[in-house]
Design a protein around this ligand. Structure first.
Ligand SMILES: [Zn+2]
Length: 275
């Protein structure tokens, strides 16, 4: 009898537990799923039709990917939708194949960046960048010196007219397609913001910088000094540019760390948090 009673009590407890517990869990689940639906903060209802169209033509993409790509304007080809960048002086300013600087834009705080050019940087002495970049760049340079190698800027600020010359030369020598792969059209170059730098290490010119034995160490330091690698490997479809091991971009320490942590390109990050 005693044993029977114990079994009975156990059964009652189980049933009660089941009745009380299950509906709660279910309720919780529904709550979380509705919450999830509303927490994609970068959904813009005015783009609803564009999201739908893009999802239809790219059924394998998740909602997050669709929202990000459409916010980036990737439902248009590069240079097919041009947006004037209204905040060219902000550290988080985005200039790419959609966002364009005013053709008269020129930063007002340019300073020489290779002030201690060392053995290899002397021919690049005249290169400039915005003053906001200067201190963190010098600190990064010092960290490299402490590690036993030299960092310098091989190309800093470029004006719109300078960029026009470079681009036209590329088009004349090769073709529009070839020029667009590696070279920005005038007013679309990050170098014109004064925040983008092509860097070189020791005798390794910028194109070969990746071959420097300390290159990986160097990359790992960037965010601590407010820089990101702007055109990473295998991200051509997002950035619009071939991989550039040498092109770094100043965004400030706080944002550089956030972007690094996100694993996103700056174009994607901007589309989620600033577009
Ligand atoms: Zn560059």
């Amino acid at each position: 009898m005693k044993r029977k009673q114990i079994v009975l009590v156990f059964l009652i407890v189980c049933i009660l537990g089941f009745l009380l517990f299950i509906p709660k869990t279910k309720q919780k689940e529904t709550k979380t799923s509705t919450k999830k639906k509303t927490t994609i903060s970068y959904y813009h209802k005015e783009y609803k039709e564009r999201y739908n169209n893009y999802q239809k033509s790219h059924p394998d993409l998740t909602k997050k990917e669709v929202y990000t790509l459409v916010n980036m304007n990737r439902d248009y080809d590069f240079y097919q939708k041009i947006i004037k960048q209204e905040n060219p002086n902000a550290l988080n300013t985005l200039v790419n194949k959609y966002y364009q600087l005013d053709e008269n834009y020129e930063p007002s705080d340019l300073v020489e960046i290779n002030t201690s050019p060392g053995t290899y940087g002397t021919p690049y002495r005249k290169h400039t960048a915005r003053k906001v970049v200067y201190n963190d760049f010098q600190a990064l340079k010092q960290a490299c010196t402490n590690k036993g190698f030299e960092l310098y800027v091989a190309s800093g600020y470029r004006s719109t007219s300078w960029q026009k010359e470079i681009y036209n030369h590329m088009v004349e020598t090769y073709s529009v397609e070839r020029a667009d792969e590696t070279c920005s059209r005038p007013s679309h170059s990050e170098h014109t913001t004064g925040l983008g730098l092509d860097i070189a290490l020791d005798q390794y010119k910028f194109e070969d910088v990746e071959k420097h034995p300390q290159y990986t160490w160097f990359l790992n330091q960037l965010s601590q000094y407010g820089f990101i690698l702007r055109y990473p490997k295998d991200k051509e479809n997002l950035t619009g540019y071939s991989y550039e091991a040498w092109h770094i971009r100043y965004v400030g320490k706080k944002l550089a760390k956030k972007i690094e942590k996100s694993g996103l390109t700056f174009d994607e990050y901007y589309a989620r948090y600033y577009a």
